[in-house]
Design a protein around this ligand. Structure first.
Ligand code: NAP
Length: 244
C-alpha cells in the first residue's frame, strides 16, 4: 500500500513548493490544477528531477462532479493505495469593496476555497478514516481569515469558514489518527500577490519582506510528518510577525 499526497492547486505558488517538499520527503504526489497544464508539467518534471514521483490530476475543486470523477478514476487505478496526505491549497482572490463586489466574485472565491475543501476532503476522508490508515489534512487559510482584510470580504469569509471547518473536522477525525490543521500565511511571493504594491506592503511586515513559498512548504511538511501527530485543530500563522 502506497500513501500518496494530493495537493490542490499544486501547479504554481505555494502548492508547487509543497509538492516539491513532499516529494523530497519521499511521498508520491498528485498535482492538481485547474487550467495551466504547462505549469503543472513543469512541477511534475521538477519532482522527478528530485527523484520523486508525481501524477497530474486536473479538475476544478469547486465542481463536485469533476472532483468525484477524477478521484474515483484515481482510486480505480490504485486499488491498494490511498491519499493519506491532503493539502487543500487551491484558492483565488477577487478583491473589491463589498458594495461594488459582483455576486460572481463573491461566489467564485467561496466556491474555490470553501466548497473545494468540502468536495475534495469528503471524497478522501473514508479511506483515511479506515482502521490502521490515518492521514493528514492541511488547509491553506490566510491571515485574512483571522483578521479580516478590507477589500477582501469574500476571501476573508472563505478563509474564516475554512478555519471553522478545520476545527470541527479535527474533532471528528482525531480518534482515527487523522489530523486536520490550517496554515495562515501573510504575504507570500507568488502569482497571487505579484500585482500588489509590494514595497508599500512590505513596510507593514515586521520582518520587512514577503515570505517565500518554500517557507510555507516547510511548515506544511512538518504538519504532515509523524512529528506532528499530536497537533490537530490548530491554525498556524506564518507571516513575518504581521499579527492582527
Ligand atoms: P497562485 O500562485 O495564484 O496559485 C493558485 C493555484 O491554485 C494554481 O495552481 C491554480 O491552478 C490553482 N487553482 C485555482 N483555482 C483552482 C480551482 N478552481 N481548481 C483547482 N485548482 C485551482 O496562488 P498562491 O499564492 O500559491 O496561493 C495558494 C493558496 O494560498 C490559496 O488558497 C491562497 O488563498 C493562499 N494564500 C496565499 C497567500 C499569498 O500571499 N500568496 C497568502 C495567504 C494565503 P492553475 O495553475 O491551473 O490556474
Amino acid at each position: 500500500m502506497m500513501k500518496y499526497a494530493l495537493v490542490t492547486g499544486g501547479s504554481r505558488g505555494l502548492g508547487r513548493a509543497v509538492c516539491l517538499k513532499l516529494a523530497e520527503m519521499g511521498i508520491p504526489v498528485i498535482v492538481n490544477y485547474q487550467s495551466n497544464a504547462s505549469a503543472a508539467e513543469e512541477v511534475k518534471a521538477a519532482v522527478e528531477a528530485l527523484g520523486g514521483q508525481a501524477e497530474l490530476m486536473p479538475f476544478n475543486v469547486g465542481d463536485e462532479a469533476q472532483v468525484e470523477a477524477a478521484l474515483a478514476a484515481w482510486q480505480d487505478a490504485h486499488p491498494d493505495d490511498y491519499i493519506a496526505y491532503l493539502v487543500n491549497n487551491a484558492g483565488i482572490r477577487r478583491d473589491n469593496l463589498m458594495f461594488m463586489m459582483p455576486s460572481e466574485d463573491w461566489h467564485a472565491v467561496l466556491q474555490t476555497s470553501l466548497d473545494g475543501f468540502y468536495y475534495v476532503t469528503k471524497r478522501c476522508l473514508p479511506r483515511m478514516m479506515m482502521r490502521k490508515h490515518g492521514g493528514r489534512i492541511v488547509n491553506m487559510a490566510s491571515l485574512s481569515g483571522i483578521k479580516g482584510m478590507p477589500g477582501q470580504a469574500n476571501y476573508s469569509a472563505a478563509k474564516a469558514a475554512l478555519i471553522g471547518a478545520t476545527k470541527a473536522l479535527a474533532q471528528e477525525c482525531a480518534a482515527r489518527g487523522v489530523t486536520v490543521n490550517a496554515v495562515a500565511p501573510g504575504f507570500i511571493e507568488t502569482d497571487m500577490t505579484k500585482d500588489l504594491p509590494v514595497d508599500e506592503l512590505k513596510k507593514l511586515v515586521p520582518m520587512n519582506r514577503f515570505g517565500r513559498p518554500e517557507e510555507v512548504a516547510d511548515l506544511v511538511a512538518f504538519l504532515v510528518s509523524d512529528k506532528a501527530a499530536y497537533i490537530t485543530g490548530e491554525v498556524i500563522s506564518i507571516n513575518g510577525g504581521l499579527y492582527t
